[in-house]
Design a protein around this ligand. Structure first.
Ligand SMILES: [Zn+2]
Length: 142
């Protein structure tokens, strides 16, 4: 999964997760990507241009290496957590919700979810996060 900062003609900038750069291009070409603020489908990748005169510009620049460090730390933590985690494949959203609601015993799981499913889980307060480490789904090993 990779995250893109996207921008519409109305200058709304938003983040969207895609499986790959190619997935982004394909979904954009099919008109599946739209601005959450104004609904415009004319989306382009936001260029992280320096904002002239904006306060905090130097802070943002300085924070970049820290973000990488943080992401690396999360990736390392996730890789460790995955060893104790159960692969649930496409049932991820259902399983995560059941565990969150106490219908199933608490355990670590990982699996596949669509962007819409992931967003719904986050909206409902279910603690989920995109994986930063590559995972081979067990069924693909067959
Ligand atoms: Zn917009």
């Amino acid at each position: 999964m990779i995250v893109f900062d996207l921008r519409c003609p109305g200058d709304h900038v938003f983040e969207v997760w895609f499986a790959s750069s190619a997935a982004f291009e394909e979904q954009r070409a099919r008109g599946l990507v739209s601005c959450p603020t104004c609904g415009s489908g004319q989306i382009e990748k936001a260029v992280m241009a320096p904002r002239v005169g904006a306060k905090g510009n130097s802070v943002a620049a300085a924070a970049r290496p820290d973000l990488k460090t943080v992401l690396n730390a999360i990736a390392t933590e996730q890789a460790a957590a995955l060893r104790n985690s159960n692969w649930v494949g496409k049932d991820f959203a259902t399983e995560a919700r059941a565990i969150h609601d106490g219908e199933k015993p608490d355990r670590l799981i990982h699996g596949q979810a669509t962007a819409a499913e992931a967003r719904a889980l986050i909206d409902d307060g279910v603690p989920v996060a995109p994986l930063l480490v590559p995972v081979t789904p067990p069924e693909s090993l067959n």
